[in-house]
Design a protein around this ligand. Structure first.
Ligand code: HEC
Length: 163
C-alpha cells in the first residue's frame, strides 16, 4: 500500500517535470499575424497598460485615491474605443473579449477608487485584473507580415555578439 503510493507520487513528479520542460522549450502561444502598424498600435497600448498600472501602484502606496482614479480612467473602455474598430476584424474574438473585460476592470477600479476610497479593495481588483494580462500573454504572440518575409534578418537582430 505504502509502496504503491510512493510509486504514484514519483510518477506524478516526473510527469509534471517533463511537462514544465516541454513548456519552456517550445513557444506554444497562438500566433497573431498583424501588419507593422497594427502591431505597433497593440504594443503601444500594452506599454500604456504597464505604465498606467505602475502609476496606480505608486498612487496606492501614497494613499492618494484621487490619483488612483485619475490613472485608472484612461485604461478603461475609452482606451479601447479609440482605435479598436480597425483591429476587431483581425484579432480573434477571445482576444478582443479578454481585452474589453480588462478595460472594464480599470473603469471599475477608477469608479470605486473615487467612491469607496479603499486601497485594499483597489489592490484586490488590480491583482484580479492582472490575471488577464497573464492569461493573454500565456496564450498569444504577435508576428508581423514584414517579419515573415525576413526571418534571417529578424534572427540576427536578436543575436548578441561576444567580445
Ligand atoms: C487580450 C490580450 C492581452 C491582454 C489582456 C494584455 N496583453 Fe500585453 N500583450 C499582448 C500581446 C499579444 C503582446 C505581444 C506578445 C508577443 O508578441 O510576444 C503583449 C505585449 C505586452 C508588452 C510588451 C510591449 C512592447 O512594446 O513590446 C507589455 C509591456 C504588456 N503587454 C503589458 C500588459 C499589461 C501590463 C497588461 C495588463 C494590465 C496586458 N499587457 C494585458 C496581449 C495582451
Amino acid at each position: 500500500m505504502q509502496k504503491n503510493r510512493m510509486i504514484i507520487a514519483c510518477l506524478l513528479v516526473s510527469i509534471s517535470t517533463a511537462t514544465a520542460t516541454l513548456a519552456a522549450d517550445k513557444d506554444n502561444r497562438q500566433t497573431l499575424t498583424l501588419s507593422e502598424a497594427q502591431r505597433s498600435h497593440v504594443l503601444e497600448e500594452m506599454r500604456a497598460l504597464l505604465s498606467g498600472t505602475r502609476d496606480i501602484l505608486a498612487a496606492l502606496a501614497a494613499d492618494d485615491m484621487a490619483s488612483v482614479s485619475r490613472y485608472a480612467r484612461p485604461l478603461g473602455l475609452g482606451m479601447a474605443h479609440k482605435a479598436e474598430d480597425h483591429l476587431k476584424s483581425v484579432l480573434p474574438k477571445e482576444f478582443m473579449q479578454l481585452g474589453m473585460s480588462l478595460h472594464q476592470d480599470f473603469d471599475q477600479i477608477a469608479a470605486d477608487a473615487e467612491s469607496k476610497k479603499d486601497p485594499k479593495l483597489t489592490l484586490r481588483q488590480l491583482s484580479d485584473a492582472m490575471t488577464k494580462c497573464v492569461a493573454c500573454h500565456d496564450a498569444y504572440q504577435i508576428q508581423t507580415t514584414s517579419l515573415l518575409s525576413q526571418p534571417v534578418q529578424a534572427k540576427e537582430q536578436g543575436h548578441h555578439h561576444q567580445h
